[in-house]
Design a protein around this ligand. Structure first.
Ligand code: SAT
Ligand code: MN
Length: 596
């Protein structure tokens, strides 16, 4: 399939290491993928679903010990420890290569080695990058064929270039004690062993498009961010683009595919999806920031996805999709998850493949009693999405008007506020915090600092990453996108959400765009610019102005506590923390002190 000597050398070296029975190059043809689907069904890796109701769809179950990303087993292997920074696990590259090769040696015996050439971004786009993933998992091949552009065309575009990322995955025994997800940014290499789940093994996604790409972006002057990209169309037909960073499982897919409330739809407002998880952004010829989505599909959280919460995502899963760790409805051979509808199947197998009784469901112990695992996922082709942007395939990317940060904060952070300027926006992003979710192994619901939603995904020292953001702002000057922060998750004293979220978030997006265009005033506060309550449109919304005001507040004592926590958070970065950010923190404290 290729004469590229660097690719051929990599493949033969890995082949010698793992000793497969055979080697199959993925050419991207439907006929080859069909053969693999059939083989996956035969080996039990894939379950074919109802061809009438879910054409081309499959269910896959992972081992119960292998259901989420594993941050404590994820390493950035730079030659110097300090270059990985205080927020990443580090190991010496030589030592790690040896350890991983020992684990993977001969592990493909009796198995097939699949070689997947893939492109992150439209093939041939100036913003795209190429990788090769080697794997022994049909599930990985089939998912990569949805999430990225794969096959011969990629190798043709690569030609004899050596500029590509080496990805090597070995399932081994799915032994959690020997599980490692390792990035070698200085070698453009990724090695993942002993997992077969999503973000751990679809190496184009978090490993390449964020960890390796963030490192490349810093060196080459661009940005790889954990952001959705959406286009907001107004009644005049003008489209403005927003990139938004939220931690995993905080609603990026829902926001990216939002359906505006009816009164706005009638006026002609629309949302177009460019991406739901990752944005690669570069400064364009006109000096503005342009973004592409490097992916070709959506790897979305299934539970909670329904026709109301995300109609477009649900539609996207109706053909040629792969479901991971959801329940199997035995009555009609379809899938089900908590929150899909109010009718749990009477005869079903849960995500572990065991008979499931809906009466045993306990929302406080979902992993054990739920039909679907809380981090169960769908892998859906982007072309299925009814609101996919016409710009999705344009290699040049879309111009970004606003960057939005956000997290899950039951208290404190208001519904929306705008940063004072770019540097202040970088400060807000660097101090971001969110309550943890099931997307990563570990405790759920604990507040942790997650700068720019990149804590698990930044491939180098986070202090240098903040500096890179500041440098980008300097280069962008007055063409820089405006920076905002949102929080859909404020609760009352009983834990009920105060803001309806979902489609109603459009009301906030409209305020954001109006601010970018200088069409609406705002109230200057200690933390930034907040909306006047009357400027958040409440048409058809069952919410009184007092409730809205309560989530547009700045509580002095709570923010002073927050500032103290940010001070602690900043200490981690030592002298790599840019002085401008320390100044920003001091400025916030000074403004808070002036409040009464
Ligand atoms: O498992 S993934 O990393 O692909 C999804 C996520 O955690 O955002
Ligand atoms: Mn994500």
């Amino acid at each position: 399939m290729t004469n590229n000597s660097s690719v051929l050398r990599f493949v033969s070296e890995m082949q010698a290491l793992v000793d497969p029975d055979s080697v199959v190059w993925i050419d991207g043809s439907e006929s080859q993928l069909d053969t693999l689907r059939a083989l996956g069904v035969k080996t039990g890796e894939m379950i074919k679903l109802n061809e009438e109701k879910l054409p081309g769809c499959y269910l896959h179950r992972t081992k119960p010990n292998d259901v989420a990303r594993v941050e404590d087993r994820t390493f950035i292997c730079t030659r110097k420890e300090e270059d990985a920074g205080p927020t990443n696990h580090w190991c010496d590259p030589q030592e790690m290569y040896e350890r991983l090769y020992d684990i993977a040696r001969d592990s493909y015996r009796g198995r097939t080695m699949y070689v997947i050439p893939f492109s992150m971004g439209p093939i041939g786009s100036p913003l795209a990058k190429i990788g090769i993933e080697i794997t022994d998992s049909i599930y990985v091949v089939l998912n990569m064929a949805i999430m990225t552009r794969v096959g011969q065309k990629v190798l043709d575009t690569l030609g004899d270039s050596n500029d590509w990322v080496r990805g090597f995955h070995a399932s081994c025994d799915i032994d959690p004690e020997k599980r490692y997800i390792c990035q070698f940014p200085e070698d453009n290499a990724i090695i993942s062993v002993n997992s077969a789940y999503g973000g751990n093994v679809l190496l184009g996604k978090k490993c390449f498009a964020l960890r390796i790409a963030s490192f490349q972006g810093r060196n080459e002057g661009w940005m790889a961010e954990h952001m959705l990209i959406l286009g907001l169309e107004n009644p005049k037909g003008e489209v403005r683009y927003i990139a938004a960073a939220f931690p995993s499982a905080c609603g990026k897919t829902n926001l990216a595919m939002l359906i505006p409330p009816e009164y706005l739809r009638k006026k002609g407002y629309k949302i177009w999806t460019v991406g739901d998880d990752i944005a690669w952004m570069r400064i364009g010829k006109d000096g503005r920031l342009y973004a592409i989505n490097p992916e070709n599909g959506f790897f979305g959280v299934a539970p909670g996805t329904n026709a109301h919460s995300n109609f477009n995502a649900l539609e996207s899963t109706k053909r040629n999709a792969i479901f991971t760790n959801v329940a199997l409805n035995l009555d009609d051979n379809t899938v089900w998850w908590e929150g899909l509808d109010e009718n749990p199947p009477k005869h079903a197998l849960n995500w572990r493949g065991e008979p499931w009784d809906y009466r045993a469901y306990d929302k406080n112990d979902k992993v054990r009693t739920a039909a679907a695992h809380p981090n169960s996922r769908f892998t859906a082709p982007a072309v299925n999405c009814p609101c996919l942007s016409t710009e999705f395939e344009t290699g040049e990317g879309v111009p970004i008007s606003a960057i939005v940060f956000g997290g899950r904060r039951a208290k404190l952070a208001p519904l929306v506020y705008q940063s004072r300027d770019w540097v202040n926006g970088v400060f807000i992003g660097s101090a971001m915090a969110s309550e943890t979710t099931a997307a990563a192994a570990g405790a759920v619901g604990v507040v942790r600092r997650d700068p720019m939603a990149m804590l698990p995904f930044c491939g180098y020292h986070m202090g240098d990453y903040f500096r890179h953001w500041l440098d980008m702002g300097e280069r962008l000057g007055d063409k820089a996108p405006k920076i905002f922060n949102v929080n859909w998750f404020r609760t009352d004293k009983d834990g009920n959400f105060l803001w309806p979220g979902y489609g109603d978030n459009m009301r906030v997006l409209n305020w954001i765009i109006d601010r970018c265009e200088g069409k609406v005033d705002a109230r200057e506060t200690a933390i930034g610019y907040l909306p006047y309550p009357q400027d958040i449109d409440r048409t058809d919304l069952d919410m009184d102005v007092a409730t809205l005001e309560s989530i547009l507040d700045v509580d002095k004592a709570a923010w002073e506590k927050e500032a103290a926590e940010i001070t602690e958070h900043y200490k981690k970065f030592g002298d790599r923390l840019p002085a401008q950010l320390a100044d920003q923190l001091a400025g916030l404290k000074a403004r808070l002190a002036e409040l009464d």
